[in-house]
Write a protein that binds this ligand. Structure first.
Ligand SMILES: *[C@@H]1O[C@H](CO)[C@@H](O)[C@H](O)[C@H]1NC(C)=O
Ligand SMILES: *[C@@H]1O[C@H](CO)[C@@H](O)[C@H](O)[C@H]1NC(C)=O
Ligand SMILES: *[C@@H]1O[C@H](CO)[C@@H](O)[C@H](O)[C@H]1NC(C)=O
Ligand SMILES: *[C@@H]1O[C@H](CO)[C@@H](O)[C@H](O)[C@H]1NC(C)=O
Ligand SMILES: *[C@@H]1O[C@H](CO)[C@@H](O)[C@H](O)[C@H]1NC(C)=O
Ligand SMILES: *[C@@H]1O[C@H](CO)[C@@H](O)[C@H](O)[C@H]1NC(C)=O
Ligand SMILES: *[C@@H]1O[C@H](CO)[C@@H](O)[C@H](O)[C@H]1NC(C)=O
Ligand SMILES: *[C@@H]1O[C@H](CO)[C@@H](O)[C@H](O)[C@H]1NC(C)=O
Ligand SMILES: *[C@@H]1O[C@H](CO)[C@@H](O)[C@H](O)[C@H]1NC(C)=O
Ligand SMILES: *[C@@H]1O[C@H](CO)[C@@H](O)[C@H](O)[C@H]1NC(C)=O
Length: 875
């Protein structure tokens, strides 16, 4: 009876099991497929076509990112689509993938919230939705995923609190990352139930409350991060028992209290200790030096007091010690013992004790610090004595801060050995003597000392100075070195409050990205150089309290200037009234009694009519004069053209050889040099285009200096260059005249695709072609060109005539230029004209319209132009 019953239940169970199995698997193909199809239907953007294989022509287990089980071959066990730029919502239907163990959709563009239904995925081990744009709360249902081990939700926009059920029930959770969201509320006390946790990362949220003492229960915890929250209170004692702890990062919170003296004895594995940016006070516990693995200590911006423990040198692995901005004290030599002891830290890289109350003399043994140190700051302490010379032995230093102390004496010459130094701050000390000329830096601040002598031109021409120099408030004298123009990468120059004399060098425009220039309160004179107009980025210019004179140039109205101080100088004439000059809040012109005019708000006296600023020649006389001059010039050009052409071939035969011998040795330029110089021939660098090919702007080293160049890439498909391209180029390079475009180099090579590649490198003319000045294209120019003045036009005409004269009479070869037209006349920084020229033979088959007259129109074209351009140039 009993057996029958047992048997029948057995059968019943069997039957139930098998029938339910059949029923389930019959549906499974469809359940999982339709769940995936629903997932796909919520994806609105799929630029990488990650889901293009998701169609009915294949079984869903073969779709990209879908993995099915071994025992249940129809069931999806993993959906892995990281970094696919998928946008859209996460479909609820994923909750129907009940065999899912791994859901990894990290680094996409998913929006909306995390579906509550995901809590049904009881087999889920890994959920990675990091780096999306998910909103809403963290569903507390996730605590039903009792197998969850890895929960990564970092860098989304999740709101609300950390659900306590999550920390209470997810017993298996090893990795919890909620970093970089907008979570509020406190850290749940139930955190202590995550007994398997290895990593907990709650940093960069707005979590408040205190650290629960239950944390001490987590005996496997290695990484605990709560940086950048609003956590208050003291560090619970229990935490110090977690001997597995490796990184304890509590920085940037509102933690407080005294760290008990013996507290660090248990942290035998601790490597990183971040307590920075809190309200800790009291002494730094000596027991810290018992954490024998400790390598990275960051306690800056707290209220620690007392001396720095001298046992700290026991930490053999220490490479980072930042204790700056506390109230640490050194009142007797013994309190400086940490310096001696730290000479044993052979990996030390960063040492910052600035902004404390360390008094007295820095021990010379600082010179025995590890040679690997690159960052050393002792600034803002009441240190006395002089700079320990030995610091010059720490040659890996990139940053050295010894500012705001009571150090006197000189800047050691030996600092010149610090060849890696980028930032040197010695400001606000009591230093005397001269500035050593041997330094190589990015930032150099020696302001507020008592330094004397001239500005060393070696320093002021260092292209490595990239951020700024501050030499203000010293007693430096002499003039500004011309080499200042080599500071191509510098943003700020402050030389104010010294005794500098002389003029502003015209080379100043070499400082191409200079934003702030302060030379107020010196003894400088002369006028504002016209090259200043090229300094397009200049925003703040302070020339106040010098003896500058002359007119304030009109071009300054079109600069990017936001603040201009020219007060207390001897400027005269009409003050411009636009741009920075419109407003008293942006310009200071006080103390220049000879200035007049300007914007009404400036309240200067009116300029009297006879101010000899611009004398006007009657227009009719001018037109006649200019027409005559123009016609004459054209006539000469035509004759020269004609003559040269006639003689050209003969002279080429005769002279080419001699010239080639005379030319400087060939400057080797490869295709790759040009590729680099023009940022890969990027379209942003195109400055001209035509049948001949394309001209790019580029930057490359020419004779050791980084120089702007124009690279003309010859279009060989259309034309084909002569076989003697390179030797012809050399001839071109030997043609040197101040009014001719300099050919810097030529390149005859093979490009990336193996095609023949020929290019010419010219000097770059920042002011474009005459054509652009005469007929500005509106679309091209946000800042309209100033129209050319009479003098400028005459000067250009003279420049052009000189160029032609040289080419035809004194040049090295049969150089013809009958295609003289405004687009072939280029203007440099100082508006000096440079003619683009060519050798008649260089392209036998090129017939380059732009370069030579031997095009289809031949003479006629040149001739026509001379006629028509007379009007164009001279009107
Ligand atoms: C599921 O689909 C696969 C392939 O289409 C098929 O071989 C299998 O028999 C299907 N399973 C069920 C239970 O229908
Ligand atoms: C369906 O997916 C296959 C790859 O799995 C692909 O080759 C095919 O083009 C897709 N068909 C359609 C209509 O997208
Ligand atoms: C989940 O599957 C069930 C039955 O297979 C179906 O009724 C339900 O609509 C599915 N849910 C979603 C969100 O697709
Ligand atoms: C989850 O995604 C984050 C962010 O891309 C990544 O750093 C982490 O390694 C991922 N973890 C797992 C287990 O997939
Ligand atoms: C967890 O699942 C149970 C049923 O299995 C359900 O009653 C409960 O509401 C779920 N919890 C959450 C937080 O969704
Ligand atoms: C969580 O831990 C506390 C003690 O910290 C314990 O009292 C509680 O029972 C635990 N909860 C669960 C669900 O295990
Ligand atoms: C931090 O907490 C204080 C109150 O203690 C509050 O005023 C402040 O807004 C909080 N900051 C953030 C970022 O939540
Ligand atoms: C440090 O302590 C001083 C008093 O000793 C207090 O005035 C100051 O606000 C504290 N600073 C911080 C950041 O806690
Ligand atoms: C450096 O370490 C050695 C042993 O490793 C020790 O003898 C010496 O006293 C230490 N030096 C300092 C200055 O602490
Ligand atoms: C100095 O710095 C360089 C580059 O960072 C590094 O390769 C070298 O090992 C460092 N020297 C020492 C002694 O650490």
């Amino acid at each position: 009876m009993k057996r029958v019953y047992l048997l029948s239940t057995h059968l019943l169970v069997l039957g139930l099991v098998s029938s339910s199995f059949v029923a389930e698997s019959a549906n499974d193909n469809e359940t999982d497929m339709s769940a995936l199809m629903s997932f796909k239907s919520f994806i609105t953007g799929d630029p990488l076509r990650a889901l293009s294989s998701w169609n009915s022509s294949h079984h869903h287990c073969e779709w990209q990112g879908v993995i099915c089980g071994r025992r249940h071959p129809e069931r999806v066990t993993a959906l892995v689509l990281p970094a696919q730029q998928l946008s859209g919502h996460i479909s609820l239907s994923l909750a129907n993938l009940t065999f899912l163990k791994k859901l990894d959709l990290r680094q996409n563009r998913l929006i909306g919230s995390i579906p509550e239904d995901l809590g049904r995925l009881s087999r889920l081990k890994l959920l990675n939705l990091s780096l999306n744009s998910l909103h809403g709360r963290i569903p507390s249902s996730l605590s039903n995923c009792s197998n969850l081990e890895f929960l990564h939700l970092k860098d989304n926009s999740l709101q609300g609190t950390i659900p306590p059920s999550l920390t209470q029930y997810c017993r298996h959770l090893k990795f919890l990352s909620l970093k970089g969201n907008r979570l509020l509320g406190s850290i749940p006390e139930s955190l202590g139930n995550l007994t398997n946790a290895v990593t907990i990362d709650l940093s960069h949220n707005t979590v408040s409350g205190s650290i629960p003492s239950s944390l001490g229960e987590l005996q496997f915890l290695q990484f605990f991060y709560i940086i950048g929250n609003n956590v208050t209170g003291k560090i619970p004692h229990s935490i110090y028992n977690i001997s597995s702890m490796i990184n304890l990062e509590l920085g940037d919170n509102k933690l407080e209290g005294i760290l008990p003296p013996e507290i660090f004895n248990g942290f035998s594995n601790l490597k990183k200790l971040y307590l920075w940016g809190n309200y800790f006070k009291g002494q730094i516990p000596v027991s810290l030096s018992n954490c024998s693995s400790l390598a990275h200590i960051d306690l800056q911006f707290n209220n620690f007091t007392g001396p720095l423990p001298s046992s700290i040198g026991k930490l053999k692995s220490l490479y980072w010690l930042a204790v700056n901005s506390n109230q640490l004290e050194a009142n007797k030599p013994r309190d400086w013992g940490f310096i001696d002891s730290m000479t044993n830290c052979t990996n030390l890289q960063l040492f910052d004790i600035s902004n404390n109350r360390l008094r007295g003399v820095i021990p010379n043994t600082i010179a025995n610090f590890s040679a690997s140190i690159y960052y050393l700051r002792v600034s803002a302490n009441p240190i006395s004595g002089s700079i320990p010379k030995g610091i010059a032995a720490l040659t890996n230093l990139t940053t050295l801060g010894i500012d705001q102390t009571f150090l006197g004496g000189i800047i050691p010459k030996e600092f010149g050995r610090l060849q890696n130094l980028q930032l040197l701050s010695l400001s606000n000390n009591m230093m005397v003597g001269e500035v050593p000329a041997t330094l190589a830096l990015a930032v150099f601040d020696i302001s507020n000392n008592n330094l004397v002598g001239a500005i060393p031109k070696e320093i002021i021409s260092l292209p490595s100075l990239s951020i700024g120099i501050n030499f203000s408030h010293n007693h430096l004298n002499g003039s500004l070195p011309l080499e200042i123009g080599f500071l191509k990468n510098i943003e700020t120059i402050d030389l104010s409050n010294n005794k500098l004399s002389g003029e502003i060098p015209t080379t100043i425009d070499g400082c191409q990205i200079l934003r702030n220039l302060y030379i107020g309160r010196n003894m400088m004179s002369g006028t504002i150089p016209s090259t200043l107009r090229n300094m397009r980025g200049l925003q703040v210019l302070d020339l106040s309290r010098n003896s500058f004179s002359g007119e304030v140039p009109q071009f300054m109205t079109r600069m990017a200037l936001q603040l201009l101080n020219i007060s207390f100088n001897n400027f005269e004439g009409q003050l411009p009234s636009e741009g920075v000059f419109m407003n008293l809040s942006t310009v200071d012109i006080r103390g220049n009694p000879k200035l007049c005019g300007g914007a009404p708000e400036i309240h200067l006296r009116k300029c009297s009519l006879d101010t000899p600023t611009h004398r006007h020649i009657p227009r009719s006389i001018l037109v006649t004069l200019l027409s005559i001059a123009g016609a004459f010039l054209c006539l000469i050009s035509m004759m020269l053209c004609f003559l040269s052409h006639r003689h050209s071939l003969r002279r080429l035969q005769r002279r080419k050889h001699a010239i080639t011998v005379m030319t400087p040795q060939h400057m080797n330029i490869s295709y790759h040099d040009l590729l680099k110089a023009t940022s890969g021939f990027s379209s942003e660098n195109v400055i001209g285009m035509g049948g001949f090919g394309v001209v790019y702007k580029g930057v490359m080293a020419v004779e050791g200096l980084s120089t702007s160049v124009a690279v003309k890439v010859i279009n060989l498909e259309q034309r084909g260059a002569s076989r003697s391209f390179l030797s012809e180029c050399e001839t071109l390079r030997s043609v040197r005249h101040r009014n001719l475009i300099k050919v810097l180099s030529c390149c005859s090579s093979i490009d990336q695709r193996g095609n023949e590649f020929k290019a010419l490198v010219f000097e770059y003319m920042p002011n474009g072609s005459l054509e652009e000045w005469l007929h500005p294209k509106e679309s091209m120019d946000q800042q309209p060109f100033e129209s050319l003045g009479i003098t400028q036009r005459l000067n250009i005409a003279i420049d052009v005539a000189e160029a032609l004269d040289y080419l035809h009479e004194h040049g090295p070869g049969p150089v013809v230029h009958c295609d003289l037209k405004p687009s072939n006349i280029l203007l440099d920084n100082e508006m000096i004209a440079h003619v683009r020229f060519w050798i008649s033979e260089i392209f036998d088959s090129t017939r380059d319209h732009d370069l030579s007259i031997h095009d289809k129109h031949g003479w006629n074209q040149g001739f026509d132009w001379l006629h028509s351009s007379r009007v164009r140039i001279w009107e």
